[in-house]
Design a protein around this ligand. Structure first.
Ligand code: AMP
Ligand code: ZN
Length: 113
């Protein structure tokens, strides 16, 4: 755990979040500023600052598989959904604990902004 990390504090339940999935390795919760009717963040329990620091393929793979599970639970798996990892400031990363955005419930434009 990184002391100054917002998402580590959500993992430790120091800061409340609207959880949608929790297992041994990952937790997922609703984004506080949703960009789509469904906007969930999936994060590893373990602190990894960004995809650039990630070493464990299982840890990264688990984020995608958890997102697919949530998409099914939330009823957007068939209509479609998007998963995004923003890495570093140029891509819009603001919280430096790696997280995968799951967006769904509306049509998505391409290319993304
Ligand atoms: P990014 O900009 O890719 O680093 O994504 C960070 C996301 O975290 C943004 O979509 C924020 O709206 C979201 N966020 C920030 N603080 C919280 C919080 N306390 N609970 C839930 N989501 C948050
Ligand atoms: Zn962290």
């Amino acid at each position: 755990m990184a002391d100054d990390c917002l998402f580590c504090r959500i993992v430790s339940k120091e800061i409340p979040a609207r959880l949608v999935l929790e297992n041994e390795h990952v937790i997922a919760f609703r984004d506080i500023n949703p960009q789509a009717p469904l906007h969930v963040l999936v994060i590893p329990r373990q602190h990894v600052a960004s995809l650039n620091e990630a070493k464990d393929p299982e840890l990264i793979g688990r984020l995608s598989l958890a997102a697919a599970e949530i998409a099914k639970q939330e009823g957007v798996a068939e209509s479609g959904y998007r998963t995004v990892i923003n890495t570093n400031r140029g891509a819009g990363q603001t919280v430096f604990h790696v997280h995968l955005h799951l967006l769904g419930g509306r049509d998505m434009g391409w290319p993304p902004g």
